[in-house]
Design a protein around this ligand. Structure first.
Ligand code: S3P
Length: 413
């Protein structure tokens, strides 16, 4: 191996994808069982590697030199082989600092709580101290020296101003959870989550809803990789490299989600858009029909609307695939449940197909939209909901091609 990443399990890693954006060099993912780490490190058979869970500390005894940051943190995520000598660095420090700067947080004089006590937590504590935070708390599920518990955090540190999550809570496939409820901390001025899959964890969505600057971990992941690549090749990338690669990856990972009234063209526009963008297309209604083994009118008449809505929520939760940007057409009522909107938002950008009321034609296939009056009544209730939950509103009066083009244009700006 020339360049790559070692870990015990690497199924979720986006590192190879990021390094491919940086240059034309081979970058492999290499899973090592713990009893093979020593032999791998002693063989020196690589030019530069990244190191991830659970080896960030375990590689240290095999190195000839550690840079000051890695030594202070006690964790290494980058090893460079220079003429047979192994040098260890911690570029996560740089990555997290870059993420904090991106959302404009100033940690100086602030009370910072870091959730979790693993390697990333130690890096986060070093970043907070370097930024001159007033207090740095590390929060553990167990009572441990030098840390506080979640109960103590909520009870004794309600004046926490910055929260940094370094635990895997909220990470795919367990998207539902948040490590702590933000309502405990009325003075919060920033939330950072190392979780990058989904792009926006539940914690990040909750923070944004409260108007608190917040960002997930993809930018940090990209920034640490860019810094590692600079160390591998002893070169500096242009200043905008991290942002450029981050935006490329975010776009690639994020789904385009169409919301709007029944008969507004979500399925036809979605299928066309997916074809033209080379993406996979998912139609939530079609998935529901397949799952239930019967038509939508049959589900409504035999099991009732509530059963339909439950099935709809379950299907939506399952479409939040990691790392693959899709085009998703939702059913007209999907946005009625806040949990659905949140799930779609975790990896998606929501587009309201705003087709004029006069162009929405009744259909027997849709129990709630089978007459012009029913459509008018639905529109009055839902139009403000579509508008409020959408990231962008797309005029939907044109042809399928025209509407799909408008979405693609908005997506590319
Ligand atoms: C519904 C819209 C339908 C379908 C179901 C419920 C709604 O999807 O999910 O009949 O509540 O508006 P379309 O918007 O694709 O017609």
């Amino acid at each position: 191996m020339q360049y790559g990443c070692i870990a015990e399990h690497l199924g979720h890693s986006f590192s190879a994808r990021i390094h491919r954006e940086l240059g034309d060099y081979p970058y492999e993912l290499c899973e090592l069982a713990p009893d093979t780490l020593g032999a791998f490190m002693n063989a020196h058979d690589f030019c530069g590697i990244n190191v991830t869970i659970p080896y960030k500390e375990a590689v240290i005894p095999y190195l000839h030199a550690l840079d000051a940051g890695a030594e202070a943190i006690g964790a290494v995520n980058t090893v460079v082989n220079r003429a047979g000598k192994l040098y260890g660095y911690n570029t996560d420090f740089y990555g997290l600092s870059a993420l904090i700067a991106r959302i404009g947080l100033d940690l100086c004089g602030k009370k910072v709580a870091i959730l979790g006590t693993g390697g990333t937590s130690r890096t986060a504590a070093a970043v907070a101290r370097a930024a001159k935070a007033k207090t740095v708390l590390r929060v553990s599920r167990q009572t441990k020296a030098g840390t506080c518990t979640y109960e103590e955090l909520c009870r004794d540190h309600a004046d926490t101003e910055i929260l940094i999550n370094t635990t895997p809570v909220g990470m795919y496939p367990r998207l539902e959870g948040t490590p702590v409820a933000l309502s405990h901390f009325p003075q919060l001025a920033g939330v950072v989550d190392a979780v990058y899959n989904p792009l926006r964890s539940k914690l990040i969505l909750e923070a944004k809803k409260r108007g608190i600057p917040a960002e997930g971990g993809l930018y940090m992941l990209v920034a640490q990789a860019v810094r590692a690549s600079e160390l591998f090749f002893d070169k500096a990338y242009p200043a905008d490299t991290v942002t450029r690669v981050f935006e490329t990856l975010q776009r690639e990972m994020q789904s385009i989600v169409l919301v709007g009234m029944p008969a507004s063209g979500k399925s036809t526009v979605g299928a066309h858009l997916a074809r033209s963008m080379g993406r996979s297309f998912l139609d939530i209604d079609a998935m529901i029909v397949e799952r239930a083994g019967k038509s939508i009118p049959a589900i409504f008449s035999e099991e009732g609307e509530m059963a339909f809505r439950d099935l709809e929520s379950a299907v939506i939760r399952e479409t939040i695939a990691p790392g693959t940007g899709l085009v998703i057409a939702t059913g007209g009522g999907a946005i009625l449940r806040e949990e659905n909107v949140e799930a779609l938002r975790q990896n998606g950008r929501l587009y309201f197909l705003d087709r004029p009321l006069e162009a929405l034609l009744p259909t027997e296939d849709r129990p709630l939209a089978s007459s012009a009056e029913a459509i008018r009544a639905l529109y009055a209730v839902r139009e403000p909901i579509y508008r409020a939950c959408a990231d962008a509103c797309i005029p939907g009066a044109g042809s399928v091609e025209e509407v799909a083009n408008l979405i693609e244009q908005e997506w590319n700006t």
